[in-house]
Ligand binder design. Structure first.
Ligand SMILES: Nc1ncnc2c1ncn2[C@@H]1O[C@H](COP(=O)(O)OP(=O)(O)OP(=O)(O)O)[C@@H](O)[C@H]1O
Ligand SMILES: [Mg+2]
Length: 209
């Protein structure tokens, strides 16, 4: 197992999001999570991805218990494609891609950046400031950035939300073709059906479907 979550519970003040969430993710497995808006899908991804703490329960990555203090583990083992992409608008595409590498104390070569950008058909934007890109273009850069450190697992929160149908399908093909484990949050049940395992976050529980 690359990632195991045991008995995760999370509330915000008096609002209970979920309780007793258990999940075991094998290397390379493609997993979908669906559920109503506000059910806590993004919060759950943030907890699995060590960005946020659970109220109870724990997360193990490659058999080691990890938490939000495990910055190095997060940067090197986990790739995130956020719901709202979080690129730095005043940096170029290349500079955004290089950030996860700089955190490791390493540089990214232009060749590596171009190879990643080719996957998402954005190789002509290497030196463009990301604030000049469309929402869908930013989402594709966020995808490339998630791969920069060749992580073990990728969390993708609605990565097709701002893409037209063709690009959304391409993004799905790309996710499915990756060697990494992928946890995809999506509102699109057709996309969820293409993953190997499916869960729904509903009534405060994560249920297989
Ligand atoms: N930091 C926070 N403090 C307080 N409440 C929060 C916080 N983050 C999220 N929430 C609340 O928790 C609930 C779940 O939010 P979350 O973003 O995880 O839902 P979601 O399932 O991803 O929804 P969507 O499908 O709309 O993206 C929402 O009611 C939200 O307002
Ligand atoms: Mg969300």
């Amino acid at each position: 197992m690359i990632l195991v979550a045991k008995n995760l519970c999370k509330s915000f003040e008096d609002r209970k999001l979920f309780t007793e969430v258990n999940l075991a993710i094998e290397e390379g497995k493609k997993i979908a999570i669906v559920g109503p808006s506000g059910s806590g899908k993004t919060t759950l991804l943030n907890i699995l991805g060590l960005l946020e703490s659970a109220d109870a329960g724990f997360v193990e990555l490659a058999k080691e218990t990890v938490d939000t203090q495990s910055h190095k583990v997060r940067n090197e083992k986990i790739g995130f494609i956020f719901q709202f992409h979080y690129l730095n608008p005043d940096l170029t595409v290349f500079e955004n891609l290089e950030l996860p590498r700089l955190i490791k104390g390493e540089r990214l070569s232009k060749i590596e950046a171009l190879t990643l950008l080719q996957k998402v058909q954005m190789e002509d934007k290497l030196d463009t400031l990301t604030k000049f890109l469309s929402g869908g273009q930013k989402q594709r850069i966020a995808f490339a950035r998630a791969l920069v450190n060749n992580p073990k697992i990728i969390f993708a929160d609605e990565p097709t939300g701002q893409l037209d149908q063709d690009l959304a399908l391409q993004m799905m093909e790309l996710l499915l073709s990756l060697p990494q484990a992928v946890v995809l949050v999506t509102h699109d049940r057709n996309f969820a059906l293409r993953m190997q395992e499916r869960y729904e976050l509903i009534n405060h529980r994560l249920q297989a479907w």
